[in-house]
Design a protein around this ligand. Structure first.
Ligand SMILES: [Fe+2]
Length: 266
């Protein structure tokens, strides 16, 4: 820990999903994080950690967000989600949200804040900043909500909690698919832990996220048309059925169930 800035001084301590911290370039006399990032690949689902910019004089703080890497190869989820879909959804749509956020931040009150802070502070106040920031967060969460050979019945603690709070896995699945299918236009379906500690399914329009309403997201599926059109055309229900049957990363859901709301997601 850097005594001056209170910043972690080792990427070797990174936990899964911590790449979403979207690092700030900070000059610490005793530590060059840039050097460490060039030589280290974390042994976790993130695969690699993107470098981040440091100003030309290597002293001032420069806030810039980068497109997080996928936690798997672009063809790893085939045939359920194609490399072609990822070539647009991750490399173009997700990247555009990152780029647009970086363009929108300079000179605003949100500059220099974490992604979560920006989302929370800009909602209802600055749609341009909020929409892009929230979509950056949401998409990264979505990539980690899936894995190769995923889906099927829930496993671990989340399975017990689904049975306790929904009555059965089938009841949960029906609610989740209905939420995704009935979200008019663009948006997201989520499994969240509510303020009362119980699981519930919610849907949000556009880039909105349940955490600004006090719920803790633990699973999401993107129901914007760009998420499924190349593979499923207009058949959103078929995409949702496949997401639950073949793509959900229940290990990730269990991690999020145990984790504090924003651990590793700032
Ligand atoms: Fe999307």
């Amino acid at each position: 820990m850097c005594a001056k800035h209170g910043q972690r001084n080792s990427v070797f301590n990174l936990k899964p999903f911590e790449f979403l911290w979207v690092f700030r370039g900070i000059h610490c006399e005793a530590f060059s994080l840039n050097t460490a990032l060039k030589t280290y690949t974390p042994p976790n689902i993130c695969g690699s950690v993107s470098a981040y910019p440091i100003s030309s004089n290597n002293k001032a703080i420069v806030m810039s967000f980068e497109l997080p890497p996928l936690p798997y190869a672009t063809d790893a989820l085939e045939p359920y989600m194609s490399a072609n879909t990822f070539s647009f959804h991750h490399a173009k749509h997700h990247k555009a949200y990152v780029d647009n956020l970086n363009k929108a931040l300079p000179g605003t009150e949100f500059e220099g804040k974490s992604l979560v802070e920006i989302i929370t502070a800009s909602e209802g106040k600055n749609p341009g900043v909020f929409n892009n920031a929230a979509q950056v967060w949401n998409h990264t969460f979505f990539w980690h909500s899936m894995k190769p050979n995923g889906g099927g019945a829930a496993t671990g603690a989340i399975n017990d909690k689904i049975n306790a709070d929904f009555g059965s896995f089938d009841a949960f699945a029906e609610q989740f698919k209905t939420a995704g299918a009935t979200q008019f236009g663009s948006g997201w379906a989520w499994l969240v832990v509510g303020a009362d500690g119980k699981l519930k399914v919610v849907k949000t329009p556009n880039g909105e996220n349940p955490f600004t309403k006090g719920d803790k997201p633990i699973l999401t599926v993107d129901v914007w048309e760009h998420a499924y059109y190349l593979d499923y055309q207009n058949l959103r229900p078929k995409f949702l059925e496949t997401f639950l049957a073949n793509l959900v990363n229940w290990d990730f859901v269990n991690e999020r169930l145990d984790a504090p709301l924003f651990e590793g997601t700032k």
